[in-house]
Write a protein that binds this ligand. Structure first.
Ligand SMILES: C[S@@+](CC[C@H](N)C(=O)[O-])C[C@H]1O[C@@H](n2cnc3c(N)ncnc32)[C@H](O)[C@@H]1O
Length: 219
């Protein structure tokens, strides 16, 4: 079942159709995809999900997504959005929110956007209204935590990130808008030590999401 380095993924289910995973009634386990079982599964998914249908994978993820959301202000076409979606999928974020233009370059997502709930908001005010009305157990609002290195921001290192929250990132050139900053419970910066003004936005998002994971999720 191992893939060769030339062909990532796995080949057809070992043993052929006679060995396909079936229930007590001899019906095929509905999580499995007939075409993948027959032809192999070359998708970039963890082994646990090999041969599963897309729908079955999303349904399983939905049972164990983490309660942090990721949001990004998308004023111009930003290649980093795909990378943010991929990292959000890897860390099982509840949802990714994109503010502004609906169009974004999906290449960096490496197809992970199919497994990740992605919601669009026309303006940052729409995101903030959504966060205010949503929240743990259906109410109470989700705190929005800005992630940017701006005057008044506090270090993310040692900050008690809330379990349920929205981590809001700015775009590559200009960072978080003043309106977004004003609405955040706090704005956090990732402490830097070199000469560059900032990290790549996709890299900063990965670091911030992992800070949440370190605080709230077990291995
Ligand atoms: C290029 S930066 C924005 C500009 C930055 N505020 C500046 O002074 O140049 C783009 C986005 O990446 C994230 N980012 C980059 N470096 C960061 C850092 N050190 N701490 C927190 N966020 C950072 C933020 O979300 C930011 O909005």
């Amino acid at each position: 079942m191992d893939a060769s380095p030339e062909t990532p993924g796995v080949g057809p289910w070992p043993g052929g159709e006679a060995a396909w995973p079936r229930g007590a009634d001899d019906a095929l386990d509905p999580r499995y995809d007939v075409a993948l079982l027959a032809e192999g599964d070359r998708r970039n998914v963890v082994d646990r999900y090999r041969y599963w249908t897309l729908e079955a994978i999303v349904a399983d993820l939905d049972t164990r997504r983490h309660p942090f959301h990721v949001a990004i202000e998308n004023w111009v076409h930003d290649l980093n959005i795909g990378s943010v979606v991929r990292t959000a999928n890897a860390f099982a974020a509840a949802e990714v929110h994109i503010v502004g233009r609906r169009r974004w370059n999906r290449r960096g997502a490496m197809v992970t956007d199919r497994y990740q709930h992605v919601r669009h908001h026309p303006e940052v005010g729409d995101l903030l209204a959504w966060a205010a009305d949503d929240g743990p157990d259906g109410g109470g609002g989700l705190p929005v935590i800005g992630i940017d290195n701006v005057p008044g921001s506090v270090p993310i290192e040692g900050y008690e990130l809330p379990r349920a929250c929205v981590l809001l990132f700015g775009q590559e050139q200009s960072g978080l808008t003043p309106q977004a900053q004003a609405a955040c419970r706090d704005v956090l910066h990732i402490t830097q030590f070199g000469s560059t003004r900032s990290l790549n936005a996709g890299a900063a998002a990965a670091i911030a999401m992992h800070a949440w994971i370190t605080r709230h999720a077990g291995p």
